[in-house]
Design a protein around this ligand. Structure first.
Ligand code: ZN
Ligand code: ZN
Length: 605
């Protein structure tokens, strides 16, 4: 049933994916050898038994080789029972420890002991003339504390015979560079690999996600499918997270279909990633459906659905889910309350918000952290209770950060309070000197009061300190393609069409009495130029493209990197009415559902 809609994402689903733990991303655990043939040792976990066996081994006369073999197995069992010191003593008793024993000792040290000692073990091993095997380098990489050490191991791998083409050593390198944020080196190794498996592909995709290069990550996922490599849960979690960030709904839906088709168990991580993808792509109903069908609900999945409804401005629904959660016996955590408080915030339920904030400690024994205070300040500020918001900031038990002052500044904009805005700005210049958004807000606050001298001052300050404005960007998914636009962008192949659509939009907006809010344009320009600049904000380009390319009457979904400006917000409300379209915009903080000339945020965001 899904193949009809999968489009470009069709893949070879020839390997039904077995359910397995995410821990298998560890390149070493994939090929753990079957060395424990001694049945007695295998079953022993009690130290006392292991000690008895140890005595037995010493008493038994055999060749030193045989004794070493038995001791090696004992070392392995001891390490399995976390008897590191005892294992080391046995290890030191051995006359000729093998590469296997060195690897075992080094691995235990790299993971639970001293990383430095793990590396020393390697040096000891080599000085005894022992050759490394394909377990050695992945272990050694685990012991490396920085990229330089890793590069040292990398060169050992290149020098060692056969390791340059060994899939485990190479995958471990990708993994290593990825976890140290060195994308270029990871890709270099990955590209040169003679053979790759699901672990190597996933390690590389994960690396892109960590660097927030979602498009590249998805492109690699496509290549992985073309190569016909089986996909595991970790791959899917990563792909879903990229879809969530990019708003790539079609792709996300395809992953959902893949999960269904292959009957992959929705464990907590995967379920949360799936719900999150639907939420962030603007499909809260689909997210809710996934949640309803979950066989078991973890705190994480409750949190993602509560936070999801909050983000979509449906505070009542979010709070209902919270009640269900408590009733189900699941204990809320700190993240739950971020969702609950932002639900109150987005729906402006001030009294409830205060109540929930106080209940954290009183009922759930959770100490509110700075994020919870941030939600409270935001809630109070947006509902016009600026004095109380300021009081919370002054009296809270920890040092307020930029987020809190930023929330207050934003509230000052909505409530046209220049005096308090200046107090907040003073702190923000110290705390977040390069956050352009704050300066833009401050300048908008001045502009709204027609204090043009001060607007100019803010601009000069930004120029002097070389504070650059983050360029506004928006995207829209049409079919399987995500189209991205910057403000004033002319690079899109359909640019001409888009701008003539925008002219049409402007004309029709004018007829309903829309006047562009030129105070929103922080530009040294005349009114006409300001008007043009506003008209070409990235979300307007994306919406215009949506109007051209989607069927009349269908919703338009747009993603934006910044906070929506009030000009765009007002224009979008009117467009939703004039063109009879529901328009769903995700900005930096939340979703706006525009319909019939109104927005779900009640003009407060
Ligand atoms: Zn705008
Ligand atoms: Zn809105």
């Amino acid at each position: 049933m899904h193949s009809a809609t999968t489009g470009n994402y069709r893949t070879k689903i020839h390997n039904p994916i077995p359910t397995r733990s995410l821990e298998n991303s560890d390149p070493v655990s994939h090929h753990r050898p079957q060395f424990l043939h001694l049945p007695l040792l295998k079953r022993c976990t009690h130290l006392i038994h292991l000690k008895q066996i140890h005595a037995q081994i010493i008493k038994t006369t055999g060749s030193s080789h045989q004794t070493d073999n038995l001791l090696a197995k004992l070392v392995f069992s001891l390490l399995g029972s976390s008897q590191m010191d005892y294992a080391r003593r046995v290890f030191e008793e051995m006359s000729e420890p093998s590469t296997f024993v060195f690897n075992t000792m080094a691995r235990a040290n790299a993971l639970h002991g001293s990383r430095k000692h793990a590396i020393e073990l390697y040096i000891q091993m080599r000085s005894r003339g022992l050759e490394p095997d394909n377990f050695t380098f992945p272990i050694l990489l685990k012991a490396c504390e920085n990229v330089n050490q890793g590069k040292g191991v990398h060169s050992l791998i290149l020098k060692g015979e056969g390791f340059a083409s060994d899939i485990y050593s190479q995958t471990a390198l990708v993994h290593f560079y990825s976890s140290h944020g060195d994308l270029e080196c990871a890709r270099l190794v990955f590209d040169k690999m003679a053979e790759r498996n699901v672990v190597s592909w996933t390690a590389m995709i994960t690396c892109y996600m960590k660097q927030k290069k979602y498009n590249e990550g998805l492109a690699l996922f496509h290549q992985m499918q073309i190569a016909g490599v089986e996909i595991n849960e970790l791959t899917l979690v990563n792909v879903l997270s990229a879809c969530a960030h990019l708003g790539a709904f079609e792709m996300g839906k395809w992953v959902h279909g893949y999960i269904d088709q292959n009957q992959i168990f929705l464990n907590s991580t995967l379920a949360t990633a799936l719900i999150d993808m639907y939420v962030k792509c603007g499909y809260i109903n689909e997210a809710s459906q996934v949640f309803e069908k979950l066989p078991e609900r973890s705190v994480c999945s409750w949190n993602s659905i509560i936070g999801g409804f909050a983000m979509h401005g449906d505070g009542d629904e979010a709070l209902e889910r919270f009640k269900d959660m408590v009733a189900s016996g699941t204990r809320p955590d700190h993240i739950t309350f971020i969702g609950v408080l932002s639900a109150c915030n987005h729906s402006r339920l001030v009294d409830k918000g205060r109540e929930y904030f106080n209940s954290m400690k009183r009922v759930y024994e959770l100490e509110p952290n700075i994020k919870h205070y941030g939600c409270l300040v935001d809630l109070l500020g947006k509902s016009g209770q600026l004095d109380e918001a300021y009081k919370v900031i002054k009296e809270m038990p920890m040092e307020p950060n930029g987020v809190l002052w930023g929330a207050l500044l934003n509230a000052c904009r909505a409530n046209a309070n220049v005096e308090l805005a200046e107090i907040a700005m003073e702190q923000l210049v110290e705390l977040e000197p390069f956050n352009d958004g704050n300066y833009v807000l401050m300048s908008n606050i001045y502009a709204a009061q027609l204090q043009w001298n001060n607007v100019a001052k803010v601009r000069r300050f930004m120029k002097e300190r070389l504070i650059l404005k983050t360029p506004g960007g928006s995207s829209i998914e049409i079919g399987n393609t995500v189209h991205q636009f910057m403000a004033g962008d002319c690079r899109h192949p359909n640019s001409k069409e888009i701008y003539s659509m925008l002219d049409d939009v402007s004309e029709r907006l004018k007829t309903v009495g829309f006047v562009p809010r030129t105070s929103q344009a922080l530009l040294d320009a005349n009114e006409e130029e300001k008007r043009r600049a506003l008209c070409h904000h990235s979300e307007k380009l994306a919406i215009a493209f949506g109007l051209i390319r989607t069927v009349p009457g269908t919703p338009i979904r747009v993603l934006k990197n910044l906070r929506a400006c009030s000009d765009c917000h007002l224009a979008t409300k009117l467009i939703s009415k004039i063109y009879g379209r529901e328009i769903i915009v995700r900005d930096r903080n939340r979703f706006h559902h525009f319909k019939d000339g109104a927005c779900s945020c009640n003009d407060c965001w």
